[in-house]
Write a protein that binds this ligand. Structure first.
Ligand code: ATP
Length: 330
């Protein structure tokens, strides 16, 4: 069985981007692969130093993953900080990561721009911590959205540097999606991607109420529509179609495509339809997650079970790492 590893930060409510970029693939992979899925609570600290909401958010990420169909008996579903081995591998990999390449990382530049008051070393070395999570499980497949592509390339670089210097320990991990391309779910304002902690009004969360979903979609940016048949779509209109492709029936999408191409589209109607299809998609997940979130005892069992499995394989990897590095003195 191939080994799969991925993580989601506990920075807030999960959204459609997390679902289509990551969780949908987790669920599809759980039958046929050896899966490790993690709540990345340590990564959260790089941008969210206030920990007052952390516990609730960790519980939320677990509950929302389970509500989307992840079975904690089939996969290791665990919390990053329960695997102390991560810190040790992170330390070794930091010696193989160069300041210049870390400073060039797109997510570092973005987050540094968004939070100029807190450009900490943990943020700079975020890709190294991510590499430690993945390499610790010796994973080959990493289901992630498009925004993580560069981090995966860096993980491969760190793995190759390690293997080259100390001997072959790590497989090369690749970003994975069942479709041909990695997914990017756009935000409703036409600028960037949906995200947990930025752009909250332009992101559809799995916990949003039916009315909130309808309202957010209603407010999405549109224009008066094409005046000539066959006009190319502006980005923000392209995004609405992209969202429709994710949650609506194929013939609904085809009808609106046709209306667009005939220059006969009414965006009010399209947004109404998209809102209803989105509600149909999200409401059952929201209700299930809400019930799971109340059951703290169950969530604790899930975390303990997941950590036990993830630590076992992490310890085996670290043995190999220390051996290869020559850190065994007796
Ligand atoms: P934050 O706002 O805390 O940075 P985020 O919403 O970007 O959070 P992460 O926890 O960094 O989410 O990522 C979890 C997973 O969801 C990753 O695999 C990431 O690629 C995927 N993902 C996040 N946003 C999107 C999106 N808009 N489209 C597709 N995949 C996404």
């Amino acid at each position: 069985k191939g080994i799969v590893m991925s993580g989601i930060r506990s920075t807030g409510m999960l959204h459609l981007g997390n679902y289509f970029g990551a969780m949908q693939n987790y669920v599809r992979m759980q039958e046929d692969y050896d899966c490790y899925f993690m709540v990345a609570d340590l990564h959260t600290l790089t941008t969210h130093p206030d920990t007052s909401e952390l516990k609730a958010n960790v519980h939320r990420v677990l509950a929302e993953n389970i509500a989307c169909g992840l079975d904690p008996h089939k996969v290791a579903l665990y919390c990053q900080s329960h695997i102390p081995e991560t810190a040790e591998l992170y330390l070794y990999l930091n010696m193989l990561a160069y300041k210049g390449e870390l400073e060039k990382t797109t997510t570092f530049k973005d987050k540094a721009r968004q939070h100029p008051e807190n450009i900490n070393a943990g943020l700079l070395t975020y890709p190294v911590l991510m590499a430690a999570d993945i390499l610790l499980q010796r994973a080959a497949y990493v289901p992630v959205g498009k925004d993580q592509e560069q981090h995966l390339e860096m993980t491969r670089n760190f793995a190759n540097r390690f293997n080259h210097r100390y001997g072959e320990v790590f497989p090369e991990p690749y970003a994975f999606n069942f479709g041909e391309q990695l997914v990017k779910v756009p935000s409703l304002d036409g600028a960037g991607k949906m995200s947990k902690s930025e752009n909250q009004n332009a992101t559809i969360y799995l916990a949003d109420t039916d009315d909130l979903i309808r309202n957010k979609i209603k407010k999405a940016k549109t224009d008066a529509g094409p005046t000539e048949p066959g006009t190319p779509k502006p980005d923000y209109i392209e995004n609405l179609f992209a969202l429709m492709q994710l949650v609506s029936q194929p013939d609904t999408l085809a009808q609106f495509e046709k209306n667009y191409n005939d220059a006969a589209i009414r965006y009010g109607d399209m947004k109404k339809q998209l809102g209803e299809d989105m509600v149909t998609f999200i409401a059952p997940i929201r209700e299930k997650a809400e019930a799971i979130r109340q059951d703290e005892k169950y969530l604790r069992e899930v975390m303990e079970m997941g950590a036990e499995k993830a630590r076992k394989s992490a310890q085996a990897t670290l043995e190999k790492v220390r051996e290869a590095m020559g850190l065994k003195y007796y």
